[in-house]
Design a protein around this ligand. Structure first.
Ligand code: ADP
Length: 568
C-alpha cells in the first residue's frame, strides 16, 4: 500500500496523484490545501467550474473536490459537464457544501457521479480519510491498468517471439523435409538398383545351378565308361597298384560329382527322400561300409555302439547311409592317422540319436554352424589338402531335415576333436510297406577270425574291418605260428595271404584242412584274381578267394554265411 489511510500520513508520497480542488473562495482553497498537505499528493486549484474543466483537459486527476455553491457554473453543472466527457466519466467527485444538503440534492449529486459529500465546517480527518481512500483506489486502478498494459506488451512480445520461433522451426522443418525427400529419392534409386542386382544375381545363380547339374550329368557318362573299362581290366589282367589307385580316384570323382548334383538339387528344391522300411543297423552298416576305405587307409579304429534291439526306420536308406558315411568320412579326414573314431546310436522309442565323435583337429568356437553352409570350409589350406568341396555337411543337414530330424556340431575347440549329433524322429512304418533294404548286419553272426599275413598293414586293416563288422580277431604275421594260434584262439574262419616268406598260404591251408577238416572256413586273400589262381586256392582247400584289397561287402557276406560254433 502506498500510504496509510488514517492519520500519521507520510509526507513523501512515492507516487503522488493529481487532486483537483475547485472552489470560488480562496480561503477555502487554502483550508483544503492545509488539510490535504500531509498526504503529499499534487494539489491543483481551480476557482471556477470553467477553470476546473480547463485543468482536466491538461491532466488526469485522481479525484475532484468540488464546491457545490459557486457563482456561474455551480458544482452540479460542473460535475455534469465533467462526467459527460468520456475520459472523466469515472473520475470520483467529492462535493463540498456549506449547508446541509437535502436528500434531493444528494440524489442529484450521486446521479452526476458524486461519490461523497463533505460539509463545511470540514472535519480535516474525515476529508483526509475520504481523499486517501479515493487516491489509493485511483493509484490501484492506475497500477492495474499499467500492469495490464505491461502484460499485454509482454504477451505481444511473447506472441511475436513465438511466431518468429515457429517460423524458424517451420523453416528448418521445411529444410529437413526437402533433405529427406532428396535422400528418399536417392534411397529409392538405390533400392531399385539393388532389386535389379538381386534379380540379376538370382538369375546368374539359377544358371549356375543348372550348369552344375548339366556338368555333373555330362561328367557321369565318361566316368561310367572309365569305371567299366577299369572293371574289365580287373577281370582280364592281374591287378596292379596303379589300377587300384585309378579305381580309388574314380570313386572319389564319382562321389564329388554326386555331391555336386545333390547340391544343385537342393538349390532348386528338388532333393527328395524315398522312404522305405529299413533298420537303424542296416543304415549304419552300409554307412560304415562306404566309409571303410577311408577309415582303413588312415588306420582309424572305429568303435561302434548300437542299441541291442533292432530299431525299425521308415526312412530313405541310401540317403541316410550317405549322411553317416559323410560324417565318418569327415571324422577320418579331419583326424590324424590312427586316432580313434566312435559311432554311437541310442534310441528312446521316440527318436534315435546317432553321434559321430572324433579326436581330430576340432572346430574353432563359432564355426559349428557355418560349416553346414554350402561351400563352407573352415581353414581352406587344411581342408583343401584333405580334398572335398565343402558341400558334404550341407547335404547331410538337408537330408536329416528332410527326415524331420536335426544335426548339431560340437567341439571343445581346435585340436580337441568334434562331435556331430543327429537326431531323427522314429516314424511309424505304414502298414503294407515291406523292408527293401539289404540286410547285412554287423552282429547277425559274430565269429572269430584269424588273419595271417606277413604284411602288417594288410593284416591290421583286415582285422579292423572285421572288428567293425562285429567280429573277434587275431593277427599273426609269421605263417609258421598258424597252428599254435589256431589251437589257442580257436577261430571259425582264417584269412590267409598266399605269397608269404617261409611258408606259402597254400601250404598253411593244406595243413589246417588236414588237422581240422571242414570245421574251419579258409579264405585266400591275394593280389591274384585269375581263374587259374582261383582254381589253385580251391585245390589247396580254401573255401573262398578274395582279391586284395578285399571288398567289405564280400567279407561281410562270407562271415554272415558262417555258423559259429558253440564254445564252452
Ligand atoms: P569338405 O569336407 O568337403 O570340406 P564338408 O561340408 O563335409 O566339406 O565340411 C565342411 C567343413 O567343415 C570342412 O571343410 C571342415 O572345415 C569342417 N569339418 C567337417 N567335419 C569336421 C570334423 N569332423 N572335424 C573338424 N572339422 C570338420
Amino acid at each position: 500500500m502506498a500510504a496509510p489511510v488514517t492519520d500519521g500520513f507520510s509526507s513523501a508520497q512515492v507516487d503522488p496523484v493529481d487532486i483537483l480542488l475547485v472552489d470560488d473562495q480562496p480561503a477555502r482553497l487554502l483550508a483544503y490545501r492545509a488539510i490535504l498537505a500531509p498526504l503529499a499528493e499534487n494539489l491543483i486549484e481551480a476557482s471556477s467550474g470553467a477553470e476546473a474543466l480547463k485543468h482536466l483537459m491538461e491532466r488526469e486527476c485522481a479525484l475532484i473536490l468540488l464546491d457545490v455553491n459557486m457563482p456561474g457554473m455551480d458544482g452540479f453543472e460542473t460535475a455534469s459537464m465533467i462526467h459527460q466527457h468520456p475520459r472523466f466519466e469515472k473520475t470520483p467527485i467529492i462535493f463540498v457544501t456549506a449547508i446541509n444538503v437535502s436528500d434531493m440534492d444528494r440524489m442529484r449529486g450521486y446521479k452526476l457521479g458524486a461519490v461523497d459529500y463533505v460539509t463545511v465546517p470540514i472535519i480535516p480527518e474525515i476529508l483526509r480519510s475520504k481523499v486517501v481512500v479515493l487516491a489509493e483506489l485511483y493509484r490501484k486502478r492506475r497500477d492495474l491498468q499499467l500492469a495490464n498494459l505491461r502484460l499485454e506488451q509482454a504477451n505481444e512480445a511473447l506472441r511475436v517471439e513465438k511466431a518468429r520461433e515457429l517460423q524458424r522451426l517451420n523453416e528448418s522443418l521445411r529444410h529437413a523435409n526437402n533433405e529427406l525427400a532428396t535422400r528418399n529419392t536417392e534411397l529409392q534409386a538405390q533400392i531399385a538398383e539393388r532389386v535389379s542386382a538381386e534379380l540379376r544375381l538370382l538369375e546368374v545363380n539359377r544358371r549356375k545351378d543348372e550348369f552344375l547339374a548339366t556338368l555333373a550329368h555330362e561328367l557321369r557318362n565318361p566316368l561310367a565308361a572309365l569305371g567299366n573299362a577299369l572293371n574289365a581290366l580287373q577281370l582280364a589282367e592281374r591287378v596292379d597298384p596303379l589300377h587300384e589307385a585309378m579305381l580309388r580316384q574314380l570313386k572319389l570323382l564319382v562321389r564329388l560329382i554326386d555331391d555336386l548334383l545333390d547340391i544343385a538339387r537342393i538349390n532348386r528344391g528338388k532333393l527328395t527322400v524315398q522312404r522305405t522300411a529299413t533298420t537303424l543297423r542296416a543304415v549304419l552298416d552300409s554307412a560304415i561300409e562306404i566309409a571303410m576305405p577311408v577309415l582303413l587307409a588312415d588306420r582309424h579304429a572305429l568303435e561302434v555302439t548300437m542299441p541291442p534291439e533292432e530299431v525299425p526306420l521308415y526312412a530313405d536308406h541310401d540317403r541316410l547311409s550317405q549322411v553317416f558315411s559323410n560324417l565318418l568320412n569327415n571324422a577320418a579326414k579331419y583326424s590324424a592317422s590312427g586316432l580313434p573314431i566312435a559311432l554311437t546310436a541310442t534310441s528312446n522309442g521316440n527318436d534315435v540319436e546317432i553321434v559321430v565323435t572324433d579326436t581330430g583337429i576340432g572346430l574353432a568356437p563359432g564355426k559349428t554352424e557355418e560349416i553346414f553352409e554350402a561351400f563352407a570350409q573352415v581353414d581352406t589350406s587344411v581342408e583343401r589338402s584333405r580334398g572335398g568341396l565343402g558341400i558334404g555337411l550341407t547335404l547331410v543337414k538337408r537330408i536329416v531335415e528332410l527326415h524331420g530330424g536335426r544335426i548339431v556340431a560340437q567341439s571343445d575347440g581346435l585340436g580337441l576333436g568334434s562331435r556331430f549329433t543327429v537326431v531323427l524322429p522314429l516314424e511309424p512304418i505304414p502298414a503294407g510297406v515291406a523292408a527293401t533294404t539289404p540286410q547285412h548286419s554287423t552282429a547277425s553272426v559274430r565269429c572269430r577270425a584269424l588273419i595271417v599275413d606277413d604284411n602288417h598293414d594288410s593284416a591290421d586293416t583286415m582285422a579292423m574291418m572285421l572288428q567293425m563288422l562285429g567280429h573277434e580277431t587275431e593277427c599273426i604275421y609269421d605263417p609258421r605260428q598258424t597252428n599254435d594260434s589256431v589251437a589257442s584262439f580257436d577261430p571259425d574262419i582264417v584269412f590267409l595271404d598266399i605269397g608269404m616268406p617261409g611258408l606259402s598260404g597254400y601250404d598253411v591251408a593244406r595243413g589246417l584242412r588236414a588237422a581240422y577238416g571242414s570245421q574251419l572256413t579258409l579264405v585266400a586273400v591275394t593280389g591274384w584274381g585269375h581263374a587259374e589262381d582261383r582254381r589253385r586256392t580251391a585245390e589247396a582247400g580254401f573255401d573262398h578267394h578274395l582279391v586284395k584289397p578285399a571288398d567289405m561287402a564280400a567279407i561281410s557276406a562270407i562271415c554272415n554265411g558262417l555258423t559259429p560254433r558253440v564254445r564252452a
